[in-house]
Design a protein around this ligand. Structure first.
Ligand code: FAD
Length: 404
């Protein structure tokens, strides 16, 4: 048997296919997608697409012609419904695909508030269709409630404010972005909402949604009632693994992989939002839902398929960016810190760099509008130059010199 079947035609799947061709792979590549579109980019959906600066169609990574010319056979609207790892066959609604290698890149889908599906005006954002629907709703909305102040919720709030719509964000934790960057740095990011006229209610859960056919209000656990004609829910995602039921793969939190992104049975790999892998840099099992990690994993998977006898580990340093209210927030590393030190903090928090210390090492860095320093710090962590006092000296100099 020859050829690679890639299930999931989005960022991760596409990048593996292209990585294979770049590495000289000459066998067939089938890229199977559940959506009706060719692979497209999701980050603009909550940013430029909502503010009208980019059309949904412009998010497409490659044209059909470019994919064909690169020897990538794309099957859209072809969800995989099962896999038989013994016979190396993927089953779809339109037929079976045999493989020598299988790549699982089925990503994740948003969690929703129970009961939300009975009401118009309640949205999540993951797909082009979601962004188009929210964009249309924003045109008519006067009061938006965003549930969840993670990076997706914060971006939607920022985009809605740019359009002049009244926005309230509800967050169950004490600070925005707390899960992603910790309490102290989350508090710094709260300032961005406040200065841009977004009301943020933290430390309170959502009790329910009111409305007959369309949503009228969000009710909170403390009894408050927030009138709303549009609700966007950003409370995390669940990995798309149901199609792997009965496959024998460990799918308890995404697809479990080793440090080489191998998922168990011979020839099977996983990456991106759906993959939980053992990162040897940290000796930790993690599932990261960010763009750059997906791209870095794709390089590893493509290499390992082509060079099975000399595989590479995936020891990526988690990294994400988020654009909110015209500011770029970036984080690299881990947050389990003993201490967080703010290196530079402008009066309006617009120039902000925080370093995360664990014992005598730098384990993470967060910047608001400090791209150069952040990327340099990530590079240092990657190369092992993570001594704490050297890192703080470096950051103080570098941040002031390059971004201040
Ligand atoms: C609105 C939004 C904004 C974002 N902004 C940022 C950002 O600013 N910075 C950042 O770092 N990250 C951001 N991300 C995260 C980033 O886009 C994801 O990490 C990335 O898309 C993951 O790629 P993936 O290929 O693993 O999964 P996905 O992009 O989720 O793609 C998985 C694909 O698999 C398909 N699929 C599912 N099941 C099946 C099946 N059974 N058969 C076939 N196909 C299937 C899905 O339909 C989907 O097309 C954002 C995400 C969203 C949704």
């Amino acid at each position: 048997m020859t050829g690679t079947v890639i299930v999931g035609a989005s960022l991760g799947g596409l990048r593996v296919a292209e990585g294979l061709r770049k590495a000289g792979y000459t066998d067939s590549i089938w890229l199977l997608g559940a959506e009706t579109h060719l692979p497209y980019d999701r980050p603009p959906l909550s940013k430029e697409v909502l503010t009208g600066k980019q059309s949904p169609a412009d998010t497409e990574f490659r044209t059909a012609r470019e994919l064909t010319d690169n020897g990538i056979e794309v099957h859209v609207d072809t969800p995989a419904t099962g896999v038989d790892c013994a016979s190396r066959t993927v089953i779809t609604k339109s037929g079976a695909f045999d493989y020598a290698h299988l790549v699982i890149a089925t990503g994740a889908r948003p969690r929703q508030i129970p009961g939300a599906d009975r009401l118009a005006g309640v949205h999540t954002i993951r797909t082009r269709e979601d962004a188009t629907a929210i964009s249309a709703a924003l045109d008519a909305a006067s009061r938006v409630v965003v549930v969840g102040a993670g990076f997706i919720g914060a971006e939607v709030a920022g985009s809605a404010r740019q359009l002049g719509v009244d926005v309230t964000v509800v967050e169950a934790l004490e600070h925005p972005l707390e899960r992603a960057i910790g309490r102290q740095a989350g508090a710094a990011c709260a300032g961005l909402h406040a200065r841009n006229g977004t009301t943020v209610l933290c430390g309170v859960g959502v009790d329910g949604l009111e409305g007959d056919e369309s949503v009228k209000a969000v009710t909170l656990a403390d009894g408050r009632r927030l009138p709303a004609d549009l609700v966007v829910v950003g409370i995390g995602v669940v990995p798309n693994v149901e199609w792997l039921d009965g496959s024998g793969l460990d799918i308890s939190n995404g697809v479990a992989c080793d440090q080489y992104l191998r998922a168990g049975p011979a020839g099977v790999y996983a990456l991106g939002d759906v993959a939980q892998w053992t990162n040897p840099r940290y000796g930790e099992s993690m599932r990261i839902e960010h763009w750059t990690t997906t791209v870095e994993q794709a390089t590893v998977v493509a290499h390992n398929i082509v060079n099975g006898d000399s595989p590479r580990v995936c020891d990526s340093i988690p990294y994400f960016w988020s654009d909110q209210y015209g500011h770029r927030i970036q984080f690299a590393g881990r947050t389990h810190a003993d201490e967080l030190v703010e290196i530079s903090c402008g009066a309006d928090h617009a120039d902000y760099l925080a370093l995360y210390r664990r014992e005598d090492r730098l384990i993470g860095a967060l910047a608001i509008d400090g791209t150069v320093a952040l990327m340099q710090l990530r590079g240092r962590m990657m190369s092992g130059a993570d001594d704490w006092s050297e890192s703080t000296d470096f950051a103080t100099t570098s941040f002031g010199a390059d971004d201040g």
